[in-house]
Design a protein around this ligand. Sequence first.
Ligand SMILES: NC(=O)c1ccc[n+]([C@@H]2O[C@H](COP(=O)([O-])OP(=O)(O)OC[C@H]3O[C@@H](n4cnc5c(N)ncnc54)[C@H](OP(=O)(O)O)[C@@H]3O)[C@@H](O)[C@H]2O)c1
Length: 334
Amino acid sequence: MPGNRQIIVRGRPTCIPQAEHFELVDGNMPFAGAGEILIRNLFLSVDPAMRGWLADTSNYSQPIAIGSVMRSLAVGEVVESNAPAFAAGERVMGWFGWQQFAATTPDAVIRKVEDRDLSPSLALGVLGLNGVTALLGLEKVARPTAGDTVVVSTAAGAVGSAVGQIAKLLGCRTVGITGGAEKLAICRDEFGYDVAIDYQAPGLDQALANVCPQGANVYFDNTAGPISDTVYRNLALHARVVTCGTASVSSWNPVPTGPRIERIVMTRRAQIGGFVVLDYMDEFQPAGARLAQWVREGKLKYREEIVDGIENCPGAIADLYEGRNLGKRLIRLV
Ligand SMILES: NC(=O)c1ccc[n+]([C@@H]2O[C@H](COP(=O)([O-])OP(=O)(O)OC[C@H]3O[C@@H](n4cnc5c(N)ncnc54)[C@H](OP(=O)(O)O)[C@@H]3O)[C@@H](O)[C@H]2O)c1
C-alpha cells in the first residue's frame, strides 16, 4: 500500500522560513471518510505569503500549528469521492497542503479545474492566487483608467507580471521595478512593460522621477520597504496604492520602521488600500475564467518555475526571498 509523503512544520521561523523548519515524513495513506474526498496532488504551490502563515504574529490567518502538514494551495485529482458534488477523475484546486494525498471535506476546495486545454498548474499561478490577486487588486483597489501610469514592484514575479500585463490591457502605461538584468529584460520583452527599473542599481528615486514626470497614478506594492518609500515620493495627485505584499520587510522581528508618509498621502490626496485575495474566494472561478481567456488569446503571458519532487519544498520559500525564482515556483509531484 503506498504511503503519503508529507512536509511537516517542525519549527517556528522568526524571519524567513528555512529548510530546517520543515521535515519530510512518510505518513499513512489517507482514505476518504463520510462526506470527504481523497485527492492526489499534482502540483504544490510555493508562496511568499507562507512566511506570514508560519509567523506567530498578527496576520490575516491563524499561524500554522507546529507538527501539522504545511498549509498550501495545491491542484490535484479526485481519486475517491464520498461527496456528491465531486467525482473521481475531476481536477480541483484548494487547500490540500504540502503532501502527496489529502483526504478532506469539500470546503477545502476553492474551485474545480475544468480547463483541460491548459496545464492544471496554471490554476495555482496565473489563473489562481497570483493572477486573481493581480486582477482583483487592480479592480477593487487601484481602479486604473486608460492613460494612467501604473508602477509595479516585484514586476517580473507571478503577481507583478500579471499586474503589468492587465494594466496594459486596460490602456495604462506600465513601469516595472525588479532586481537584475535578466528580470529587467523579461519585464520588457515578455511582459510588455513600457519601462523596467532595477532597484538593485543606485538611483531608483531619480530613475522613477525621470520615467514618471507627472508621478505614478497607481502603485501596486508587492514589497513595502525602501522600494515603496521611493515610489511614495513619486506619487501623482490622487494616486491609488494597493498594499499587496511586504516582501522586503520582516513580519515582526525586528519591527519594521521607515519614513513617515502621512504628508505625502495628504498633499497628494493619495488613497492606500490593503488587499488580501483570500477575501475573494467566491470570485476565484469567474476571475480565473477571465484570466484563462486572456491566456488563450496570448494576451496574458506567464512564467512557471517547476521543480520536481516534494523533497524540494522545505527550501523553496527562502528561494523566493532571495529573488532566485523566475516565475511562479511550483513543486510537481507526478
Ligand atoms: N495580498 C495578497 O492577497 C497576495 C497574494 C499573492 C501574493 N502576494 C504578495 O505579492 C508579492 C509577490 O508574490 P508572488 O507570489 O508573485 O512572488 P514572486 O514575485 O514570483 O516572487 C517573489 C519575488 O519577491 C521579490 N523579493 C523578495 N525579497 C525581496 C526584497 N527583500 N526586496 C524586494 N523584492 C524582493 C523577488 O523579486 P525581485 O527579484 O524582483 O526582487 C522575488 O522573486 C509577495 O509580497 C506576496 O506576499 C499578496
